[in-house]
Design a protein around this ligand. Structure first.
Ligand code: FMN
Length: 381
């Protein structure tokens, strides 16, 4: 019997489906709902020591629909990290671990570029019994104005330095969440691994402008007549996330064997998750998908992933993790392989043609007479 159970960085998960940091993990009420529905783990909404600096606006989401208006394919948000007080969060982490001692609860944390602040947030959160940390180096809007989030994640040296501060204070596994708004996602990921992080999560949202309203000429989502570039998520970002997870997993194989990657970006089904695992993902996170379909989608995703595994006779996630990484190469190598294949086919065709040539008069046939004549002839113009 195939199983979805997996152990990643010592964390025992019943399945690889994790609630990604955002609205689906924004308070105790929804976090416990996720555990009750069967999610493998929950990453809470990102928190910081001083929530009074976090002021959200409305509206803060904008959707991109298919032409028939029936499906959401892209989602932009200009939401900040949690605006709920840190002490309330500590209390809720404790309550959650009391209610679900086996549920894997991951605290997503973010702080300013200050070692004491990072050490304090790590120490106080881990005292509540949370199982792991995700470091938010990746929020692309609002927070970078305070030199937080993606402002740190864009700089591999800062990622390495801050991860180092966290690693010296953390007694539980640490994943660093990467921003896709960089040229090479492997640079900051390498920084996190060099500092000792057990894993990275990729990707956070892609910096975006959703649309411009052609009546009002105002960009969306419009707040008091203006907007600010936001973060793009949902299934439209999946191909970009797949590419980035593939690049990180390839680097892990070469430079950091044993480290992990938690894949995120547009995952809505078990077959989406299978693709990320084939490209090296250890776990798969869902954020916008939960906002579209609700918490019980995890059951469908588990069934779909199991069906994929049974079809291919894979018994564990490990059996197919990274299996498709071998099928990536350079463009020059694709050209060489294609040339080699065509040359082989031509040689085989020439051999068949040579065999068909009439070698003795007894081989002439009435039906193939013209073709046999042609095969023997060499023409000029
Ligand atoms: C409304 C919204 C709020 C989010 N807030 C956070 C956050 O607080 N911390 C974080 O690390 N990522 C946050 N994210 C990013 C998601 O966790 C995820 O990385 C991204 O949306 C891509 O995955 P998805 O397509 O499954 O949503 C947020 C995403 C959305 C849509």
């Amino acid at each position: 019997m195939a199983t979805l159970a997996t152990t990643v960085d010592g964390l025992k998960l019943p399945n690889p489906f994790i609630i990604g940091s955002g609205p689906p993990g924004t308070n105790l009420n929804v976090i416990t709902r996720a555990f009750r529905e069967g999610w493998g783990a929950v990453i809470a909404k990102t928190i910081s020591l001083d929530s009074s600096k976090v002021i959200n606006v409305t509206p803060r989401y904008a959707k991109l629909m298919t032409n028939d208006g029936k499906e959401v394919v892209g989602w932009e948000n200009i939401e900040l990290i949690s605006d709920r007080p840190f002490n309330i969060w500590l209390d809720e982490f404790k309550k959650c671990k009391d209610q679900f001692p086996d549920g894997v609860l991951i605290a997503s944390i973010m702080e300013e570029y200050n070692r004491d602040a990072w050490s304090e947030i790590v120490g106080r959160c881990q005292d509540t019994g949370v199982d792991a940390f995700e470091l938010n180096f990746s929020c692309p809007h609002g927070l970078p104005e305070r030199k937080m989030g993606a402002a740190m994640g864009e700089n591999a040296e800062i990622v390495e330095e801050v991860c180092g501060w966290v690693m010296s204070a953390a007694k539980i596994p640490v994943w660093a969440k990467m921003t896709p708004n960089v040229t090479r996602i492997t640079d900051p990921s390498r920084g996190a691994f060099r500092a000792g992080a057990q894993g990275v999560s990729a990707i956070n949202t892609i910096r975006s402008v959703m649309a411009v309203n052609l009546e009002t000429l105002r960009p969306e989502p419009t707040v008091e007549g203006c907007t600010t570039p936001g973060g793009y998520s949902c299934k439209a970002v999946r191909p970009i996330a797949l590419r980035m997870v593939m690049e990180i997993a390839t680097m892990i194989r070469r430079e950091f064997p044993g480290r992990t990657v938690s894949a995120i970006g547009g995952i809505e089904s078990g077959t989406d998750a299978a693709q990320f695992i084939l490209l090296g993902g250890d776990t798969t996170q869902v954020c916008t998908g939960v906002m579209k379909f609700g918490y019980d989608m995890v059951k469908r995703m588990c069934d779909e992933l199991l069906a994929f595994m049974e079809k291919h006779k894979f018994e564990t996630l490990e059996d197919f993790k990274g299996k498709s990484l071998d099928y990536f190469t350079t463009h020059a190598e694709l050209v060489r392989m294609q040339k080699e294949r065509k040359a082989k086919e031509k040689a085989a065709a020439d051999e068949v043609a040579a065999k068909k040539m009439v070698k003795a008069d007894s081989e002439w046939s009435g039906d193939d007479f013209v073709k046999q004549s042609e095969a023997l002839a060499r023409g000029t113009k």
